[in-house]
Design a protein around this ligand. Structure first.
Ligand SMILES: [Zn+2]
Length: 189
């Protein structure tokens, strides 16, 4: 047994995320963060507040939304830190991620401290649950990338960008048939 385990005593919440793939390491890489963060296999990904340094609170982050921040574990209620995940693929697809090259989309297990928002969550711990390597064109062979991601020990498949890429009009109907879809009331016309 490794030190890592998605706890099964409490059902983890499942969210959706995009990632890049770090070409050198062949590992998932968060889109955000100046230097970015690698997601290590068999290791829970832990949220860190960019404002909190071991020397204290980083002056650049002293105020967030006009509020003075205090020492806290991530995610902080009055902060913006935490591991972000959308509540479902539809919400994820509505996010504009200009200039960011997304390589992978997938489900992520979230646990520990969770702060729900209108579109998703900020979590303390996360680990990939199911991964889809995004194929931009039909003839782009991504089997190597998919193989590399098998180190995470979760199902990995390939998927076309059309099914999972940015789409502000994405609806629940766009969800892949193989994914269980949350029950949502359809908007009244
Ligand atoms: Zn914070």
């Amino acid at each position: 047994m490794t030190s890592f385990a998605v706890p099964d005593a409490i059902e983890p919440v499942v969210g959706w995320r995009y990632w890049r793939v770090d070409k050198k390491a062949g590992l998932l890489h968060s889109l955000s963060g100046a230097r970015g963060f690698l997601w290590q296999p068999n290791t829970r990904f832990k949220a860190r507040c960019p404002a909190i340094k071991h020397t204290g609170i980083d002056v650049r982050y002293r105020f967030i939304s006009g509020m003075r921040i205090e020492m806290h574990d991530a995610p902080g209620e009055r902060c913006r830190c935490g591991i972000y995940a959308a509540r479902d693929l539809t919400h994820l697809r509505r996010q504009i991620l200009t200039g960011l090259a997304i390589d992978v989309v997938g489900e992520v297990s979230l646990w520990g401290k969770l702060i729900p928002g209108s579109k998703g969550y900020r979590a303390q711990y996360a680990y990939p649950r199911r991964l889809f390597v995004i194929q931009r064109t039909a003839d782009w062979d991504q089997s190597k990338a998919a193989e590399a991601l098998s180190v995470y020990g979760v199902p990995v498949e390939t998927i076309s960008y059309r099914q999972v890429g940015y789409n502000p009009l994405a609806t629940i109907g766009d969800l892949l048939r193989r994914m269980r879809s949350p029950r949502e009331a359809s908007p009244t016309r």
